[in-house]
Design a protein around this ligand. Sequence first.
Ligand code: NAP
Length: 265
Amino acid sequence: MSRLQKYWQGKKIVITGASSGLGRSLCEALVPFGVHFALLSRRENKLRELAEEFKDSDCTFWIRSCDVSNQMQIQQCIYDFAEHVGQIDIVWINSGVSHDSSMDNWNWQKVETMIDTNLKGAIYTAKAALDVMGEQESGAIVGIGSAASMRGLPRRSIYSTTKIGVQYFLEAMAVDFPKLQFTTIHPGYVDTPINNKSPKRLWLIDSEKAAQLMIKAVAKRKHIYIYPWQMRLFYHFVRSLPHYFYYKLAERMKNLSRPPKELQE
Ligand SMILES: NC(=O)c1ccc[n+]([C@@H]2O[C@H](COP(=O)([O-])OP(=O)(O)OC[C@H]3O[C@@H](n4cnc5c(N)ncnc54)[C@H](OP(=O)(O)O)[C@@H]3O)[C@@H](O)[C@H]2O)c1
């Protein structure tokens, strides 16, 4: 049995944001392992389409419409799934949104949606998972951050703030819950609907490849995983820069990442 099979076979796993992009590809990548899925997102019809596609596999699909920015909703979904399957092995916190937050394009509604979904939603999901896994004394929580968390990024100030928050929260929980696994993943550019307005997508990879990289990293129980490798090197380089040099570089990045007028939000 391969390491991947050993880790994933028959696991009971909750995935938030499974209706699209990375969450959907992750689900597809795990189908060969006969996983018991709880698929959550607001668009229930998309989740049902996904389950229908794999109805002849060895997997089971438990589907709920869930807004992760609603604490009671996500908590109830996780408690209900735990009761349904007896125990939860993995909670994969994937739901997220991304908007421009430059000062000349500031929109409070978009800012609050990012904080509510990416940061508060991740904390609500993790806390409900901890309630279940703390009692079980086993389980893994995977949080999807972003390479945008490398520093405070101009034009993406709120997004990068929410994504480093996911890492910091899970790191703190790893100290409180030493028997559980905590993995934060910072993807670089993956070809999904979230970034199709970005004019320059450095080292872009497709979401199938991304899903394969992520399931391998989680099976290796990595604490932090940044991909692809080019972005990993860049991430560490940028984090190591003294502020003076970082501000110079960020100024250039800000101009490079400005979308053409017709694509601006
Ligand atoms: N693609 C990239 O290049 C990239 C890079 C770094 C990090 N990421 C992160 O990867 C994660 C997945 O993004 P993606 O690229 O797959 O984008 P995507 O295709 O737009 O998927 C986003 C997912 O989040 C769900 N979602 C959004 N708001 C939600 C809410 N309030 N409650 C529940 N679910 C919600 C969406 O489902 P519904 O609309 O059905 O609710 C959808 O399934 C995000 O956290 C994103 O920040 C992506």
